[in-house]
Each structure stands twice: as C-alpha cells, then as structure tokens.
Design a protein around this ligand. Structure first.
Ligand code: AMP
Length: 285
C-alpha cells in the first residue's frame, strides 16, 4: 500500500491503474479510522479492483467554533489499519494542496433542500464544505464507485443529490452504521467522551430504537414522540440539538401517512456532539 500527499502523485498512479482497465473505488474520510471506516473499505473492495482512501480533515466543513484544530490526526495508525484491510492507496493531502488559494474565495457547491434542516440548520456552511470537498475528491480520483456511511445519513442524501444533479459519473454506495456492542455508533469523536459520558452515550441509540419501535407499530404523533425522546435524552444528561422523525427520502418532517421513516438525531454530551439515525418502516393502519 502506498501513501501519497499530492494530486500530481495521485494522478500519476491512478493513470497506470486506469490503463490496466482497473475499477477504482474511493472512500473519503477525515482519518482517525475505526471499524466503521474499515467496513467502507471492505465494501469498496467488493465493488472495485483498486481502493483509494482519502484522509483529509476538511477545514471548509468546520464552523468557526468547532473542533478543526483538536480533531484527532493519526496518520501512521490509519495507514497500518488500511494496509491490514486491503486498501490500495492512501491520499492524504495538506490543506494547501486542496485549497492552494485559501478558502475565502474558493468555489462552493450548494445542495438545496436535503442539506437545509437538521445538521444543515445547526452547522451553517457544513454541507457546502462537504459537497465541495467531495466534488473535488471525485474530480481528483475520478472513481467508478465511492462508499459513504449511513451513520451520516443526511450527508449521504446530500451526496446522492449532488451526484444526480451535477451528473457526476460515479456510483454511490451506502454502508450500514457500525456500532460498539452497547449500540453507540462508532465515531472518531467518541474519543472526546469522558468515562462517565461514554457510559451514558448509548442512551442516544436506545432512545431512537424505542421511538423507532413505536413508529413501526403505527404511532403517528410525531411531535409527541419527539418530545418524549428529548426528555429521555435530557434525563440522561444530553443537551439535544435535534431529534426529528423524517420522511426517509426527502428528510423533511414526516407526515402521518408516510411509511418510510428515518429518525435523525444530534445531541451534546458535555462538549461532544454525537449524531445518529435509525430508519423504520411503519405498518399501514
Ligand atoms: P468521517 O471520517 O467521520 O468523515 O467519516 C468518513 C466516512 O465514514 C463517512 O462516509 C461516514 O459516514 C463513515 N462512517 C463514520 N462512522 C461510521 C460508522 N460508525 N459506521 C459506518 N460508517 C461510518
């Protein structure tokens, strides 16, 4: 496995693979890799001959008061894990390589509607940053297929719309969320949790699972269920950001007649912001 830091090296290596007719898969990440990321690499291996994992903590998707500087950077460990997982090439560019003229006047991609609520509402500019860097990664790597986690459900919806609207010739594959044994979705940000916070963190998933079960059984009082969930989270010491029952396709607040539902939630434990989601099918009345 090789690691490259520049676009020039990346393109030179990929040109060779393309000449051999290899199918190229891309797994975009911000590094500090865990089993969730490695499951994406495995999916990419099933769909492509060559897997490129990018590791880039993208400054454009962080707000001014967010954790850009403290975000864990563990390139050596990440490389070891990727090598063991059968990854082919690591692309780990510097911010200067990606944004040589700085961020302020860089072209930005805005994806309307699906990026507007939820994380888009509480993290202004976040999805513009994601859509922009993912578009750039698609242009840098020109993959046949790219794999993203359902852990970031709204992000996956933003990327699917981006690819459809801009007619980018890449197949998008979603991969299920990998969780710890107690249900907490694996995340690089879990390392910020104190031991006490880590012990309470599974309540986020547990609360979604309980509400999801009631939705599946046919309940339609979404506002009531959302309020119950917020109370349960606060009782466990969370500061809920949002907990919303949405239509799985539009990500707009679900209507009583909707049957394909996704609960989207974000909540702070101390200073750490956790997100999770759960999709359910509601039985027809
Ligand atoms: P990140 O490094 O957090 O930007 O995530 C990179 C990719 O890994 C994104 O497509 C995420 O959705 C995905 N991912 C992160 N955590 C998980 C998880 N627990 N299970 C599955 N995919 C994940």
């Amino acid at each position: 496995m090789r690691t490259v830091h520049t676009l020039k090296e990346l393109r030179a290596i990929l040109a060779g693979y393309r000449q051999q007719g290899k199918r190229i898969g891309l797994v975009p990440t911000m590094g500090n890799l865990h089993e969730g990321h490695l499951a994406l690499v495995e999916k990419a291996r099933q769909a492509a001959d060559v897997v490129v994992t990018s590791i880039f903590v993208n400054p454009m998707q962080f707000g001014a008061s967010e954790d850009l500087d403290s975000y864990p950077r563990t390139l050596q460990e990440d490389q070891d894990k990727l090598e063991a997982a059968g990854n082919t090439l690591v692309f780990a560019p510097s911010a200067n390589e990606v944004y040589p003229n700085g961020l302020a006047r860089h072209t930005k991609i805005t994806v309307p509607e699906v990026s507007e609520g939820h994380c888009g509402a509480t993290r202004p500019g976040h999805f513009e940053g994601v859509a922009t860097v993912v578009t750039m990664l698609f242009n840098m790597v020109q993959p046949h297929v790219a794999v993203f986690g359902e852990k970031d459900f709204q992000q996956l919806a933003v990327i699917r719309k981006l690819v459809a609207d801009l007619m980018i010739p890449v197949e998008i594959i979603g991969a299920p969320t990998v969780r710890d044994a107690d249900g907490l979705a694996k995340s690089s940000r879990n390392s910020y949790l104190t031991a006490d916070e880590r012990a309470r963190a599974p309540v986020l998933h547990q609360t979604m699972a309980a509400i999801g079960q009631r939705l599946a059984q046919g309940e339609t009082d979404h506002a009531g269920l959302e309020e119950e969930a917020r109370q349960a989270l606060m009782a466990a010491g969370f500061r809920p950001d949002y907990f919303t029952i949405t239509n799985s396709l539009t990500l707009k607040p679900a209507q009583p007649q909707d049957t394909e539902l996704t609960i989207l939630a974000a909540a702070f434990l101390g200073t750490t912001r956790l997100i999770d989601n759960l999709s359910v099918v509601r039985q027809a009345p």
